[in-house]
Design a protein around this ligand. Structure first.
Ligand code: GLN
Length: 245
């Protein structure tokens, strides 16, 4: 098998080590003799998004989001075609906000979203930024998994009909919120940096499997030794719970 990944705006949207997600995907594929090819796509670069099993956009601050949203909005049809063609889409923070209706920042500036989903994001000066470690109970197509990460966003994302998970500790979509992220079976958006995949190997494999199913039937992934990853995750959980006290 071969997995083709398109890392969009790799040179602009790469906050808090989001590139680590790509490293993890590479390692977990290669350890199983699955070929992996990672291509990048910057502003104005021509790519056919449907050619890829997985499309990834990392997080970015307001300034970065402002730089590229027009390029992204121009690709709306191509993105819809890729989703139709069963490409899997993974979006972190600023990337996640882009797929909703809009993002209004602290200076009341509106950054247009793709408008593919109903959710929208607004800064709220009356609440603090959502910053810190976060733990959620995610629902991966019916399988409940504890997922840990780090969040830092001023944007409050509302009107999410299908969240990625339920917040155990931290904020999530809104300040002191109950739910985190968005997931509809094909597109996964989350505020979890950290980066997401190194401490959450179950999520990494889930994404690899979903992405490969675009082309291959009954994908089974050979189990890997995740002792270290799960230890890191447990250490983070313990620290969070100790703080909560
Ligand atoms: N600029 C956005 C916000 O603060 C996204 C930040 C991020 O990607 N971490 O809400």
């Amino acid at each position: 098998m071969k997995m083709k990944v398109l890392w969009m705006y790799h040179d602009i949207m790469d906050l808090y080590g989001d590139r680590g997600n790509i490293q993890v995907l590479k390692k977990r594929c290669l350890d199983r003799d699955i070929e992996i090819e990672v291509d990048t796509c910057g502003i104005n670069e021509e790519k056919n998004l449907s050619d890829f099993h997985l499309i990834f956009i990392g997080g970015g601050a307001d300034r970065e989001q402002g730089l590229l949203y027009e390029d992204l909005v121009n690709r709306k049809q191509d993105i819809l075609d890729a989703i139709d063609a069963k490409s899997f889409v993974l979006l972190i923070c600023g990337g996640y906000q882009f797929f909703g209706q809009y993002y209004i920042d602290n200076n009341n500036r509106e950054i247009q979203g793709l408008g593919i989903f109903d959710y929208y994001t607004k800064s709220n000066p009356n609440v603090g930024r959502c910053i810190g470690n976060i733990e959620i109970e995610a629902d991966l197509d019916g399988k409940k998994v504890t997922v840990v990460g780090f969040e830092n966003h001023g944007g409050q994302t509302m009107n999410v009909t299908t969240p990625f998970g339920k917040v155990v500790s931290g904020h999530g979509n809104v300040y002191q919120g109950e739910y985190e992220g968005f997931y509809n079976g094909q597109v996964l958006g989350t505020y979890m940096h950290g980066p997401l995949l190194p401490k959450n190997p179950e999520v990494a494999d889930f994404i690899i499997k979903k992405a490969l199913s675009k082309e291959y039937d009954n994908v089974e992934l050979k189990p890997l030794d995740d002792t270290l990853e799960l230890q890191a995750k447990e250490a983070m959980r313990k620290r969070m719970h100790a703080k909560k006290g």
